[in-house]
Design a protein around this ligand. Structure first.
Ligand SMILES: Nc1ncnc2c1ncn2[C@@H]1O[C@H](COP(=O)(O)OP(=O)(O)OP(=O)(O)O)[C@@H](O)[C@H]1O
Ligand SMILES: [Mg+2]
Length: 367
């Protein structure tokens, strides 16, 4: 699905964004680099007094040769440890920062050279910062943005009515932004970022600090604007549930480099070789002493009649294992637990993609 190509969602309550420059991907990034020169201050002879002579600097390679392409209508999640380069990458995609090297194109335009034009087609939410006016009631901030983005009145009215309903804004539309809770402020920021019908939405940690209900509401909203409007979404997060619930594609960035770019199902399949079969024995727990004995599986936990059997895709299939368990023990119920994506990603952060691969697998990247 592309932003300019109607699909089943056409005619939904969200309408469609104005099409940007035709053809090509939404975002194209090739060998992108960004270095910062960071000055270290050392105390001078007078302790607290710092002198210029004492200043030394070093270079931080925040983004170090990143390449990826995002097609129109995609929803991509970007994760990585603190300081990985996620926000710096987003800032280059908006035009706020200039790359040290490499190429960025947003809808075929350079965000640095054509910043104003690109701004008409993108919406941005930085979870840690608001683009709303702190002292103004939310509605006045939205009204001001309408002039900044030159949003036609009919579009503004239509979008405001939609966002008031979907994001439940009415309760706090007249409240100054500084008095809003974090979740309310985030909903206001989302409305603000989408007022001008952008084709692309960048979200830098949109669910940071939110409670489970607020996260759910925001995820629901993002799913709708992606499905019904075809808005391309790139989000960064530390919450893997955001990625699991919203994105089919995952970018893992660490130390300024792309470690993984691919499907969620694919990484789970490739690196999450181990699954767990949870069985409830029909016998009462006391009747069966000791761990279950089944080929190609290892009992890793027991709680009365409930047993957890870990097994690897390399050794057996779930179907064969279930047959083997059922032929030895009488079962009341069973479930299969898939590997948690969070655990897989944590292992990649800690040890890199190679070390997370099962023995015998090849290749250092899955792209
Ligand atoms: N303006 C700046 N000046 C100097 N160094 C910077 C600047 N902005 C970012 N950095 C450095 O670049 C690196 C990447 O930072 P960035 O904010 O992109 O990371 P991140 O992946 O967004 O991390 P987090 O998950 O903590 O938000 C870090 O080492 C950071 O200290
Ligand atoms: Mg960041």
């Amino acid at each position: 699905m592309t932003a300019g190509t109607p699909d089943a969602g056409h005619g939904g309550p969200l309408g469609r964004p104005a099409p940007g420059p035709a053809g090509g991907p939404a975002v194209y990034v090739q060998d992108l680099c960004k270095s910062f020169r960071v000055f270290r201050h050392r105390p001078g002879a007078l302790g607290a007094v710092r002198s210029l002579v004492d200043r030394s600097s070093h270079e931080v390679r925040a983004v170090d040769g990143v390449s990826f392409t995002i097609q129109r209508g995609e929803m991509v999640g970007c994760v990585g440890p603190n300081g990985a380069g996620k926000s710096t990458t987003i800032k280059m995609l908006t035009g706020i920062l200039h790359p040290s090297a490499g190429r960025v194109e947003v809808l075929g335009l350079s965000p640095q050279r054509r910043r104003k034009e690109v701004a008409r087609h993108i919406g941005v939410v930085f979870g840690q910062r608001t683009q709303l006016w702190w002292d103004l009631p939310l509605i006045e901030s939205l009204d001001l943005l309408r002039y900044v983005y030159r949003v036609p009145e009919a579009t503004f009215e239509r979008n405001l009515a939609t966002f008031r309903q979907l994001l439940d804004l009415d309760l706090f539309l007249s409240t100054p932004v500084r008095q809003l809770s974090l979740g309310q402020r985030m909903r206001g920021d989302l409305a603000a970022a989408l007022l001008h019908d952008p084709e692309i939405l960048y979200l830098d940690e949109p669910t940071i600090g939110l409670d489970v209900v607020a996260k759910h509401r925001i995820r629901d909203f993002l799913r709708r604007i992606n499905r019904e409007r075809g808005v391309t979404v790139l989000l960064t997060t530390h919450d893997m549930a955001d990625v699991e619930q919203l994105c089919s594609r995952l970018l893992i960035i660490d130390q300024g480099k792309v470690l993984y770019d691919g499907g969620l199902a694919e990484i789970r399949d490739r690196l999450g070789r181990e699954r767990t079969l949870v069985v409830d024995l029909a016998e009462d727990g006391g009747a069966l002493e000791g761990p279950l004995s089944v080929p190609h599986a290892c009992e890793v936990r027991a709680d009365g009649p409930r047993r957890w059997l870990r097994f690897s895709r390399d050794d057996t299939t779930a179907a064969d294992l279930i047959t083997a368990v059922a032929s030895r023990y009488r079962l009341r119920d069973l479930t299969i637990e898939e590997p948690e994506i969070e655990a897989i990603v944590r292992r990649i952060y800690e040890a890199g993609l190679d070390s997370s691969s099962p023995a015998g697998s090849q290749g250092s990247t899955i792209e």
